[in-house]
Design a protein around this ligand. Structure first.
Ligand code: SF4
Ligand code: SF4
Length: 408
């Protein structure tokens, strides 16, 4: 007797996909042209044709457990060649946006970040937190131009005589260290939930699993290296120039991370080991000729250029391919642009000695960075984490832990 599969579409899910950019999915008539052009498709895995029908049927559980959704590198070849204008690339983008909310932790914050209508709240939260701490710190009274030229933003959160740790560094640490650890924990929880869901869909022996060390060496580390090299972007056809925007952005993040770490060591650690005079210098602004300052400025410019290219590419896609503008796509682009422009703006206006304007840019900069940290696990930024996990999973499902024939 043949087995009957009952399909129970989740209408809410279909509605969400349509609102998140997948409104063209009903046009798909399963011709499989997309699977012919997609570099991820194989004979036994007609990607993304089968995902298109799952999306039409509202099979959210199957889609959430499908690593291919995250392995897609958004080249847009499938959309360009689809004869029906079903825009499979956009549908996959909407499914990914759903996955970040679905696996997001805590759920309330993940849902808040999934809708553009919540933007005033998303901006209001960090403005309120940083604004209140700024007020409590007593730093709202602007310094005179001479003091500002000497200490830069070193008195933004006020000043005290406890020379081991400046008040500014104390407040910056108070704001960003918890935000960083919160985001890292939330991203870990989301990525683990996704891994567990994908593992459940495999026919693997639950008692034969890799150790933590094996997981890192065999699956995670190679996935990270592959991701940093942007190897799969080179498989893109029509949208090959995305790598031109992605790469400077990635390198700028690495450069800015190095500069932030240096600044932390310089102000929080090196300054404890030197004389009183030198400590005052280390606690002040980093000189323009300092190699790390040069790296910071290059990183900021690379950040603006990289995100600017992505901005232009996105606008062009919307104009030429009729892709729908989604909050999910534009929120991160706008946020990164805000980080870059406010950072560079604060630096330039500081050198010009316009205190109030420099303080304004600096406040916007702090708010933008805080938003980047806090909302990272739920925005398109999370793609970096989820994609690396999916790449590690791809290696795992092809390993001896899942397929006993491997290595025989
Ligand atoms: S998405 Fe387009 S190319 Fe792919 S199967 Fe459907 S109609 Fe064909
Ligand atoms: S966007 Fe590129 S990688 Fe993704 S499904 Fe389409 S063709 Fe495949």
């Amino acid at each position: 007797m043949s087995e009957i599969t009952r399909v129970e579409p989740d209408l809410q899910f279909i509605k969400y996909l349509k609102s998140a950019g997948g409104d063209s999915m009903k046009k798909c008539y399963q011709c499989a042209t997309c699977s012919v052009v997609c570099p991820l498709a194989t004979d036994g895995n007609p990607f993304p044709r089968k995902e298109m029908i799952w999306a039409q049927w509202g099979l959210k559980e199957k889609l959430a457990a499908d690593p291919d959704i995250l392995l897609c590198h958004q080249c847009g070849d499938c959309t360009a060649y689809c004869p029906r204008g079903a825009k499979p690339g956009d549908v996959l983008g909407a499914i990914r946006a759903y996955a970040y909310t679905h696996f997001g932790f805590p759920q309330g914050l993940a849902k808040l970040c999934s809708d553009g209508k919540n933007l005033p709240i998303l901006i209001g939260i960090p403005v309120l937190i940083i604004g209140i701490l700024w007020m409590i710190s007593g730093g709202m009274a602007l310094p005179d131009v001479e003091t500002f030229k000497e200490v830069g933003f070193g008195h933004f959160f006020g000043h005290w005589d406890f020379h081991w740790l400046t008040k500014n560094v104390f407040f910056i640490d108070l704001i960003f260290i918890p935000a960083f650890f919160f985001a890292a924990f939330a991203a870990f929880k989301g990525a683990k939930a996704m891994w567990d869901r994908m593992s459940d869909s495999l026919d693997a022996n639950p008692d034969f699993r890799p150790s933590a060390g094996q997981f890192v060496v065999d699956f995670l580390a190679p996935a990270v290296i592959e991701s940093v090299k942007h190897k799969r972007f080179n498989e893109c056809g029509v949208n090959r120039n995305r790598v031109i925007g992605h790469l400077p952005l990635l390198l700028s993040f690495i450069a800015l991370l190095a500069v932030t770490s240096y600044s932390l060591l310089r102000k929080d650690l090196f300054s404890l080991l030197v004389s009183e005079e030198l400590r005052a210098v280390l606690h002040g602004p980093i000189p323009l000729a300092d190699p790390f300052k040069v790296l910071a400025n290059i990183g900021a410019i690379a950040l603006i250029v990289g995100v600017g290219i992505l901005w232009v590419n996105r606008s062009r896609n919307e104009a030429e391919q009729g892709s729908r503008a989604t909050f999910y796509d534009w929120f991160l682009i706008g946020l990164i642009m805000s980080v870059g422009i406010s950072g560079l703006g604060a630096e330039i206006v500081r050198l010009l000695g316009i205190v109030w304007l420099a303080y304004f840019f600096y406040f916007v900069h702090l708010v933008s960075i805080f938003m980047l940290f806090l909302y990272m696990p739920y925005t398109k930024f999370a793609h970096m984490v989820y994609r690396i996990v999916a790449m590690a999973f791809e290696k795992y499902r092809e390993s001896r832990f899942v397929n006993p024939a491997v290595g025989e």
